[in-house]
Design a protein around this ligand. Structure first.
Ligand SMILES: CC(C)(COP(=O)(O)OP(=O)(O)OC[C@H]1O[C@@H](n2cnc3c(N)ncnc32)[C@H](O)[C@@H]1OP(=O)(O)O)[C@@H](O)C(=O)NCCC(=O)NCCS
Length: 145
């Protein structure tokens, strides 16, 4: 398994994964904005194939996870944990004190993943996300490192 920064050239493959795993996927424009804004954008490859990626943003002594996704056929094999561990490793290198993220309240898989890695539920952001019917709350989670 290898980690490396992704570039515009990788976005076709990344968009395929994004559209398959998110009900409200990021657009190519969202990824391009992140690359242009110098967010940390990296992918995880196994046997030369992109199987996941993360976009994180460092602000002062905080790290914010903006996107973290694993290709559908590769889920539930431990790769999400590997990707999250890499996020934590990079945050430590950057001397971040806390990692934050927002997650849909209905996204049990992601909440379980963060919980397993020591993240705590910090607050609820009411009606934070678009949803099929109306809006959905976000859970704000954080990890002190
Ligand atoms: C969330 C996500 C990254 C997890 O990736 P993954 O590769 O399936 O995760 P892993 O196999 O490493 O599992 C790690 C832990 O996550 C939790 N988990 C993963 N899938 C789960 C599921 N379907 N139901 C409940 N818990 C789950 C478990 O705690 C698991 O640990 P365990 O195997 O010891 O039970 C993946 O489901 C995904 O890409 N989802 C779509 C995108 C998304 O929701 N991103 C997060 C937005 S905040």
């Amino acid at each position: 398994m290898q980690f490396s920064d992704f570039k515009e050239i990788d976005l076709s493959a990344i968009e395929l994964i994004e559209n398959e795993v998110h009900a409200y996927p990021w657009t190519r424009g969202n990824f391009l904005d992140s690359i242009k804004s110098s967010h940390t954008c990296f992918m995880m490859k196994a046997n030369e194939e992109i199987i996941g990626y993360a976009v994180i943003m460092f602000v002062l002594d905080e790290c914010h996870i903006l996107n973290i996704s694993i290709k559908k056929s590769m889920q539930k094999k431990g790769y999400g944990s590997d990707l999250l561990k890499e996020v934590i490793r990079r945050s430590e290198l950057a001397h971040s004190k806390t990692i934050y993220l927002e997650v849909r309240m209905s996204n049990h898989a992601a909440i379980q993943l963060y919980d397993k890695h020591g993240f705590n539920e910090m607050s609820i952001r009411k009606d934070y996300y678009r949803a099929k019917e109306g809006r959905e709350d976000a859970v704000l989670m954080g990890l002190e490192i």
